[in-house]
Design a protein around this ligand. Structure first.
Ligand SMILES: O=C(CO)[C@H](O)[C@H](O)COP(=O)(O)O
Ligand SMILES: [Fe+2]
Length: 212
């Protein structure tokens, strides 16, 4: 699996040092929160610009925002490689997926723990990535909600049957045990925040998570 560290729970007063401490991760996960779709506010596209000055990692942007169609250009212009928006926040998801892809950026969609995975059925053939939330979006450090496993399994089976090519990503409460569980049902990318940033040997932990 690919491990995409989420620096949400890092120390923002020494951000460069924190990002450099996970420099062996190929991906970097940005948690954008607007205080509307979720109650917390984090940062916006300026963060991609700041980190882009010293990182060549794959920028994996998780937009937990209302009206994502109004803001995606900011992320496209500032070096996003993947832009994932929430199904629950979008009015015309297919239009937004195709817009993002027309700009040469990969498009992803995410669903919250209480959203049924079947709502995505008609979108699957168009998507580059599907992000299954295994915690309620809004903050790091929460406990993994096991219904993510059935959703990943469902997406993995459809991908095999229909020869689709999307990546399956999971986000929230991932550590060694839960990483093993999601790997067993076909997950490709794990987002890991607090479990990595609570430790000092971070690059080593990332390697171990990728090979659970
Ligand atoms: O999208 C998120 C929260 O909304 C974060 O990416 C996620 O919570 C990662 O943090 P942790 O590994 O600590 O659960
Ligand atoms: Fe996230």
């Amino acid at each position: 699996m690919i491990c995409a560290p989420s620096f949400l729970s890092s120390n923002f007063s020494k951000l460069k040092q924190e990002i450099l401490s996970i420099n062996e991760a190929k991906w970097l996960h940005f948690d954008v929160m607007d205080g509307l779709f979720v109650s917390n506010t984090t940062y916006d596209h300026q963060m991609l610009k700041t980190i882009g000055e010293f990182s060549n990692q794959v920028f994996d942007c998780h937009l937990m925002i209302e009206k994502p169609e109004k803001y995606v250009d900011n992320y496209i212009e500032n070096g996003a490689d993947y832009i994932t928006f929430h199904y629950e926040a979008s009015h015309n998801p297919l239009k937004l997926i195709q817009y993002i892809q027309s700009k040469g950026v990969k498009a992803g969609i995410s669903i919250k723990p209480n959203t049924r995975v079947e709502v995505l059925d008609d979108l699957l053939e168009y998507l580059d990535l599907i992000l299954i939330m295994s915690v309620e979006p809004g903050k790091g450090g929460q406990k993994f909600i096991p219904n993510a496993l059935d959703k990943i399994n469902y997406l993995n089976n459809i991908r095999t049957q229909k020869k689709y090519e999307y990546l399956i990503e999971v986000d929230g409460g991932i550590q060694f045990d839960t990483a093993k569980m999601v790997k067993n049902v076909g997950c490709d990318v794990i987002v890991v925040g607090s479990f990595i940033f609570n430790q000092s040997n971070r690059n080593q932990i990332i390697k171990e998570l990728e090979n659970v």
